[in-house]
Design a protein. Sequence first.
Length: 70
Amino acid sequence: MEFLIIILVWVAFGFVIYKIAKSKNREPGLWVVLGLLLSPIIVIIILLFLKTLPKERKKSLPRSRRRKRK
């Protein structure tokens, strides 16, 4: 029974890390794995201190590759 509680706590920490990383525009899967390998509390603290990254825009084609309109 205790093993099930430990697993549920680790899953809950993983979910919290996922949501924080997603809100900071970071790669959530990488941070969850990092939290599982290290310590979830340390990873949460690191994420809370990181700045939010700007959202990625769609990459546009260079001007030379754009279709010319007449």
